[in-house]
Design a protein around this ligand. Structure first.
Ligand SMILES: Cc1cc2nc3c(=O)[nH]c(=O)nc-3n(C[C@H](O)[C@H](O)[C@H](O)COP(=O)(O)OP(=O)(O)OC[C@H]3O[C@@H](n4cnc5c(N)ncnc54)[C@H](O)[C@@H]3O)c2cc1C
Length: 368
């Protein structure tokens, strides 16, 4: 039922704008409005904080179905989960009560600010600092590549509170867009997911109350990594949706396009490509859904499974979307058809929330 609901909404309210959002590199406001009006923009927020209380698998299905028609729009539910999960996992009751309600209602979005210009794969090498001043913390630094920066009201920001301790000297904070000293860089000019704004976040003497710290001092990096164990599965879902969208389009196209007097879909060479694409997608789906169940239960092997799902599904998305372009021939290479956008959008799923090399490091360290 959930899939039917979100698919109908995605096809009627999000898909019609996907090409324009990409072409104009603009925020998919229509998608946000549609998702908010159906309580699907931050579907993971627990019921006790005013949310829909979707479990990890239901959240995956929402993201997958939105990504099937518009990857940029799928970052609305995905990043709302990424940004707020540190608060859900480690925050005080006060923080949860204050920030999750507006998120669930659609009055605010939540971003996640870990990466910096010189700290990507090695996120613990961050330089952003937070210094205690009485009942306040004062934050200074630059966060880079922050999805939905400028649009989101709330930001989970990781900052160094004890430079002598590396990852154990990092703490997490909730920063608000309206806090004095918060500003944003120009939107990055990207290959894909052009509708999702990616900007730097500048923290210039941002003075916030001490109770905005998420969890204990020094636990911020652990919270950030624990968050990624759960949210890499949402990136797997995004990859899966992009791949399914490309397959669905190509499947229809090969029945219409005629060469040598018959639909190209009658050629076995084409049928074998479609069979391989569908097989890989189904394998990615099973891995992703199984990982979502593990996320919900908090299984001990979640770290391996989340990394495996993200890595496998994103590699599948890149292969399947590239093959979809191939199946459309010269037409696939133009912006008159959606598959080249899907191929450009798929690429990011191999890079963010840890590159696929980093996922392989994570898997190797956590072999089952
Ligand atoms: C569009 C977009 C949106 C993003 N959104 C967010 C966000 O919302 N919040 C956030 O905090 N971050 C975000 N990121 C940042 C993203 O997570 C990082 O870009 C990513 O982790 C890689 O870091 P880097 O770009 O610095 O690459 P680098 O770490 O410099 O890596 C460069 C290359 O070296 C490889 N490499 C690095 N170390 C190793 C190693 N030990 N072994 C093998 N290979 C290695 C990498 O895999 C990669 O191929 C986003 C990035 C993009 C592009």
């Amino acid at each position: 039922m959930l899939r039917e609901t979100i698919r109908a909404l995605a096809e009627s309210k999000i898909a019609p704008f996907a090409a324009a959002v990409d072409e104009e590199s603009r925020f998919p406001q229509e998608a946000l409005d549609a998702l908010v009006s159906s309580d699907l923009a931050a579907v993971h927020v627990p019921e006790e904080y005013g949310g829909a209380g979707a479990d990890a698998l239901a959240t995956v299905i929402v993201i997958e179905e939105v990504a099937r028609v518009c990857a940029s729009s799928s970052l609305i539910p995905a990043v709302n989960k990424l940004g707020s999960l540190p608060v859900i996992l480690s925050g005080s009751e006060e923080l949860k009560a204050k920030y999750l309600g507006p998120l669930a209602k659609g009055d605010a979005m939540f971003s996640y600010a870990l990466s910096e210009p010189d700290a990507g794969s090695d996120a613990a090498g961050m330089k952003t600092k937070a210094v205690r001043d009485g009942d306040f913390w004062v934050l200074n630094g630059v966060k880079r590549w922050i999805t939905n920066a400028g649009v989101s009201e709330y930001y989970t920001v990781m900052a160094v509170t004890d430079p002598t301790k590396r990852s154990k000297g990092i703490s997490a904070f909730v920063v608000e867009k309206s806090d004095e000293g918060v500003s944003f860089g120009a939107p990055e000019k990207k290959l894909g997911i052009k509708g999702s704004p990616t900007r730097e976040v500048y923290l210039d003497n941002v003075r916030i109350p001490a109770d905005r710290m998420i969890g204990e001092e020094g636990t911020g990096f652990a919270t950030a990594m624990k968050t990624l164990d759960h949210t890499r599965i949402t990136i797997a879902a995004q990859a899966l949706g992009i791949a399914q969208g490309a397959l669905d389009y190509a499947k229809g196209y090969v029945q219409e396009r005629k060469q040598f007097g018959k639909p190209i879909g009658d050629f076995q060479g084409i049928q074998f490509m479609l069979a391989d694409m569908a097989m890989k997608i189904e394998a990615a789906r099973q891995l992703t859904y199984a990982a979502a169940a593990k996320s919900e239960r908090g299984d001990a092997d979640l770290t391996f499974q989340g990394a495996a799902a993200k890595c496998f599904a994103s590699d599948v998305a890149m292969e399947v979307t590239t093959d979809a372009v191939q199946l459309l021939g010269g037409y696939g290479y133009t912006r008159d058809y959606p598959v080249e956008r899907m191929m450009r959008d798929a690429k990011i799923t191999q890079i963010y929330e840890g590159t696929n090399q980093v996922q392989r490091i994570v898997m190797a360290r956590n072999l089952p």
